[in-house]
Design a protein around this ligand. Structure first.
Ligand SMILES: [Zn+2]
Length: 240
């Protein structure tokens, strides 16, 4: 009996030892890092739609070897965040229809999150949302800071929905939002409007009124979409 345990124990030690030095294990760990690093760079617009992503440049920039970079690029291509332009991989952009499709899904899912948050948010979670509203007032006039704060605010509502499947779906939607080259919050007056709309959402959640929370969030996403369409129309005009 004792010898059996010894064998099992040794086998366990051997496994751990072999895993430590196992190249597959290292690759998996750094692949996640490379994927997150590239995604973050797209999300913060270091790489914009249409920009070419070159394996060797990414490896240098992030100090990661080329194999995990290559695997991360393949994964991003599968997720349609990258696309082929001849032999190059470029950051994908959304055409007009895809943009509309994305906003329809976003409006419904965010609305659902608000509705569920109105039912399930704890008083502490509501307090966090209230504190965010106060803190974000100071960011009006700084579109990129306000855009980051906006993401934190929405993420907090997703979490307050207490529905993990919904949180996952919303993460996917927000990943695609990274493909939008500009933030609608940068439009004239949109910062103040955004915060007023956020305040209405929080009030409805705080009151436990699911329908009002759903509607307030749907309206907020709809306003953001209208702003984006106006920005895009202005960009087309400027380019002509
Ligand atoms: Zn918002």
């Amino acid at each position: 009996m004792q010898s059996l345990w010894l064998v099992v124990g040794l086998a366990g030690a051997y496994d751990r030892q072999s895993l430590k030095g196992c190249p597959m294990q290292d690759t998996r760990a750094s692949q996640k890092d490379a994927y997150d690093l590239i995604l973050e760079a797209i999300d913060s617009h270091i790489y914009k739609p249409g920009d070419r992503l070159v394996e060797s440049e990414l490896a240098d920039r992030f100090g990661v070897s080329r194999t995990p970079i290559r695997e991360a690029l393949q994964r991003l291509e599968t997720q349609s965040l990258l696309t082929r332009d001849g032999r190059s991989l470029i950051v994908a952009s959304l055409d007009h229809s895809q943009l509309s499709e994305l906003y329809v899904v976003r409006g419904e899912l965010e609305g659902l999150a608000a509705k569920l948050a109105a039912r399930h948010a704890t008083p502490e979670e509501v307090k966090v949302l209230r504190d965010m509203l106060d803190a974000d007032q100071k960011l009006v006039g700084d579109p990129s800071a306000l855009s980051r704060a906006n993401r934190r605010f929405h993420k907090q509502i997703h979490l307050a929905s207490h529905n993990r499947f919904l949180v996952k779906q919303l993460d996917l939607v927000h990943r695609s939002m990274a493909l939008l080259a500009t933030t609608s919050i940068a439009a004239e007056g949109r910062g103040e409007e955004t915060l007023a709309e956020h305040a209405a959402i929080v009030s409805a959640i705080e009151a436990g009124n699911g329908d009002a929370a759903y509607q307030a969030l749907r309206d907020h996403i709809s306003e953001a979409f209208v702003t984006r369409l106006k920005l895009d129309a202005a960009a087309v005009e400027a380019a002509e």
